[in-house]
Design a protein around this ligand. Structure first.
Ligand code: KYN
Ligand code: ZN
Ligand code: ZN
Length: 207
């Protein structure tokens, strides 16, 4: 049996977040010395910190919230593909990839090299790719990038197109040393009732 591999960014003070968004903060708000029995921590963070999922409510006021998402999306077989040196993820880049019998696709671009700094530019998903992925049965798309759209995009064409095609989004994976192939994935969101997104602990295991 292969071992589970952690493909999540560590949540830590000072970690990079979307420009202008809430910095990640963990502190012990009620220390052992004061309570007499326990350390109790306190978190402040954006729901889009590190490795996380987007709920459709993130980009659509009428969209589903985290609690409405089917947990079955986030556990099961996944294919990892490596697309190094791409500036976009479109039909050309995905051409010839066999996605037979798998509904989760994780794309390793290696583009976000220094995970201590937010990237300046990233490859983005082309709307036509969403169509292709949906036709191939993909329901969850994960990337080693902080967005599926260009960082300065206001239209968020890829977010919307993926959502329209029934494809859910997982962002900020760590896939540096992960070779292509078939894995099992588990990346469950927290049950945040009104959530527009949620951090996840994403893990994979080679099949
Ligand atoms: N946190 C933000 C603040 C302002 C504008 C966008 C974001 C995002 O998080 C977008 C990104 N595509 C995301 O889903 O993580
Ligand atoms: Zn997000
Ligand atoms: Zn997003």
């Amino acid at each position: 049996m292969n071992k589970w591999i952690d493909i999540s960014q560590r949540l830590r003070n000072g970690m990079p977040v979307w420009p202008g968004d809430t910095p990640f903060s963990y502190s012990v708000s009620w220390p052992y010395e004061e309570s007499g029995s326990v350390n109790v921590g306190k978190l402040e963070m954006s729901t889009h910190t590190g490795t996380h999922i987007d709920a459709p409510f993130h980009f659509d006021n009428e969209g589903k919230k985290v609690i409405d998402l089917d947990i079955n999306l986030y556990i099961g077989d996944a294919e990892v593909i490596h697309l190094p040196n791409v500036t976009k993820i479109g039909l050309e880049e995905l051409n010839g990839r066999s996605l037979q019998g798998v509904s989760r696709l994780l794309i390793r671009t290696d583009h976000w090299t220094d995970k201590n700094v937010f990237p300046e530019s990233i490859p983005y998903v082309e709307p036509e790719a969403a169509d292709f992925l949906a036709q191939n049965g993909i329901r969850l798309l994960g990337l080693d990038l902080p967005s599926v759209d260009q960082l300065d995009s206001k239209e968020l064409a890829a977010h919307h197109m993926l959502n329209e095609k029934g494809i859910h989004i997982l962002e900020g994976l760590l896939l540096n040393d992960i070779e292509e192939g078939r894995y099992e994935l588990a990346a469950l969101p927290l049950p945040i009732t009104e959530g527009d997104g949620s951090p996840v602990r994403a893990v994979i295991r080679k099949k």
